[in-house]
Unconditional design. Structure first.
Lengths: 296, 69
């Protein structure tokens, strides 16, 4: 017997004893939670149970799992490729199709089965949430886009929904589509087209060129450069943030090795849910600001 | 050599952190002076922070390109 297996047996024994102790204490203090001290004891035993469970599961997994824990990760800027129907696709593209299909089916189900049941006089529960988010988006667009808010608010809402779903797909083990620079650059290009289309629609081609050359025609190259930089900066910002979050999560998982049960899920709440929400908000608010600049 | 370059590129985070610290401190002052305008200040602060952060993100992308070799 070598040192490692002795250590494993000791760890399993300790965690089993702790688990039994914690469970016994948890159930025996269940009825004594009327005062503050009893409640504290109850919670302490719950924490001990959870810790022992985590240690037991981690030790069992890492004794079976032969992979080495440590600071070694492999990542690539571009996604792995997969062959479907004789054609080569990036895996993120396939995940993106899945997200699009999911959102499409969900919106159809909502439109056909759930929306007609909504109460028009007394909203509650799910209806409140949906109405709140749609209203927030509409007010948001009205404040910064003015005339074009009716046509652009739904697009921005769709963009936000797509980005949030893309970020959550990482929790299911896929590489998120927004961590591929191709996807984010496409989204940036759509914003670039929208800026120019809205600007030309509002002022005409002459007005757009005139707004480029005010106050003097000398700054025309600089204006063009700053316009071209918009999609690049939008794409790089989203891509960098998403890839950074993914690398941090990969690092956490590789460091924990066999003990990586439970803890990455808690960290994922920040890196896969909260942070992408802020990034989606920033992408939308920046797109609106640039469009507003063009139509002003 | 690539790793050293990637590490040096991330020195940009110094500037981004300083910019975000300035923006946040001013926003805190503004909210302390006018608590009723906190909603508007919040959205402007987020916009400013995103723009200040973008330099650090560019540096991060460059570091990734260098390190992914």
């Amino acid at each position: 017997m070598n040192v490692v297996s002795i250590l494993t047996i000791i760890l399993i024994a300790v965690s089993t004893v702790c688990l039994v102790l914690g469970l016994v204490g948890f159930f025996s203090t269940k009825n004594k939670t009327h005062n503050k001290k009893g409640k504290k004891k109850h919670r302490l035993f719950l924490a001990l149970t959870l810790f022992a469970l985590w240690l037991l599961v981690g030790t069992l997994i890492s004794s079976v799992y032969k992979g080495k824990a440590g600071l070694h990760i492999e990542f690539s800027l571009f996604s792995d490729r997969i062959t479907l129907f004789g054609m080569s696709f990036a895996k993120t593209t396939v995940v993106m199709w899945g997200i699009i299909a999911l959102v499409f089916v969900m919106s159809l189900i909502f439109r056909i089965f759930i929306f007609p049941k909504f109460d028009k006089t007394e909203p509650k529960g799910l209806q409140n949430g949906i109405e709140l988010s749609v209203e927030f988006m509409e007010n948001f667009a009205k404040n910064s886009l003015g005339d074009y808010s009716d046509s652009l608010a739904p697009y921005m809402y769709t963009l936000g929904v797509f980005m949030i779903f893309a970020a959550i797909s990482e929790l299911f083990g896929f590489r998120p589509p927004t961590s591929d620079i191709v996807v984010t650059f496409a989204m940036g290009l759509i914003t670039f087209v929208l800026i120019n289309v809205c600007g030309i629609k509002k002022k005409g081609v002459k007005g757009r060129i005139k707004s480029m050359t005010t106050p003097t025609p000398v700054i025309l190259p600089m204006k063009i450069l700053s316009d071209v930089a918009v999609p690049v900066s939008l794409a790089c910002r989203l891509f960098g943030n998403m890839l950074g979050g993914m690398i941090v999560m990969d690092l956490l998982k590789s460091v924990l090795g066999g003990y990586g049960s439970g803890i990455p899920a808690v960290a994922g709440l920040y890196f896969n849910v909260f942070h992408p929400l802020i990034q989606a908000y920033i992408f939308i608010i920046l797109s609106m600001t640039f469009i507003n600049e063009a139509i002003e | 050599m690539n790793a050293i370059g990637a590490g040096l590129a991330m020195l940009t985070a110094l500037g981004a952190g300083f910019g975000m610290c300035l923006a946040t401190s001013k926003a805190v002052e503004a909210v302390a002076r006018q608590p009723e305008a906190s909603g508007k200040i919040n959205s402007i602060l987020l916009l400013g922070c995103a723009l200040a952060e973008s330099t650090a993100i560019y540096a991060f992308v460059i570091a990734l390109v260098l390190a992914a070799k």
